[in-house]
Design a binder for this molecule. Structure first.
Ligand code: SF4
Length: 263
């Protein structure tokens, strides 16, 4: 095993930046095979990645964290993605039900500190149960979302999961995303048609009103400081010294040192 630093990815990120989402997805499929998975919360952008994988004939897992307090529409979307796109879905759960957690710790999501603990217990910790199973998790973050995602790289190291995050939609605009959804009749979480711009747990997600920013519906009760749950490492601050541990031949392939895997 050898270390791969975020700073090591600078050149390959510049090379990959010109490529389409489908090209990046194919690259990830070739590079990681069954050691790659698609991380999706069953929102519209995640559904687009799943559709692209289906259209490209990739059969990688879709990894979904069910916090136990998801909307039924989200669970139904997951089931449709699995059935209609033929993608195996790995659903991960927290150790406790929300009732058990509330009995032990109270209603955490009502305060900023509690929200961080709750998201850690119900999102981050379940995902960590899959640590070691994947060298790559494909995400659906887009720079046009703004905020912390405005400069999201194509490739990012995820020290917690010890894998590479591949943000295949990083350069997709809002208009291009909507065009893809319409053109390909992508399976979409029905809540998006009911005013929910982004969708998380039912305790912490509300529709967005006209004129509000897209993420205004998340943690509305906590104010604008609680913007992200932390399950995506690029949403939280970190330097280029972050690193992960992968086999040296795989690192060589990722960095383009192996001619077979030049994009
Ligand atoms: S979004 Fe809310 S309910 Fe869901 S894990 Fe985070 S704090 Fe808990």
């Amino acid at each position: 095993m050898a270390l791969l630093l975020q700073s090591d990815l600078k050149d390959i990120n510049e090379t990959l930046d010109d490529h389409s989402p489908q090209e990046l997805l194919s690259w990830a499929g070739d590079m990681f095979g069954s050691r790659g998975g698609i991380l999706s919360a069953m929102q519209r952008a995640g559904s687009v990645v799943c559709h692209m994988a289906h259209a490209l004939g990739l059969t990688m897992d879709v990894v979904f964290v069910d916090t136990g307090v998801m909307f039924q529409e989200t669970l139904d979307t997951r089931d449709r993605i699995q059935k209609e796109y033929g993608l195996p879905v790995l659903t991960l759960h927290p150790d406790q039900t929300m009732d058990e957690q509330t009995h032990d710790l109270g209603i955490l999501y009502l305060t900023k500190e509690g929200q961080e603990q709750c998201c850690e217990l119900r999102k981050t910790a379940p995902l960590l149960k899959a640590k070691g199973r994947y060298d790559c998790l494909i995400g659906s973050l887009r720079r046009s979302e703004g905020g912390a995602r405005g400069r999201v790289p194509i490739l990012a190291v995820d020290p917690k999961m010890n894998c590479v995050r591949v943000n295949v939609l990083a350069n997709l605009s809002d208009q291009d995303l909507e065009h893809y959804i319409t053109h390909h009749k992508v399976i979409i979480n029905p809540l998006h048609h009911q005013g929910y711009d982004t969708i998380g747990c039912n305790r912490c997600t509300t529709p967005v009103l006209a004129g509000e920013p897209p993420r205004a519906g998340r943690w509305r009760h906590l104010g604008p400081w609680a913007m992200y749950c932390g399950i995506n490492p690029t949403d939280v601050k970190g330097g280029t010294d972050k690193s992960i541990d992968l086999p040296q031949p795989l690192i060589d392939k990722i960095l383009g040192r192996s001619a077979d895997f030049m994009i």
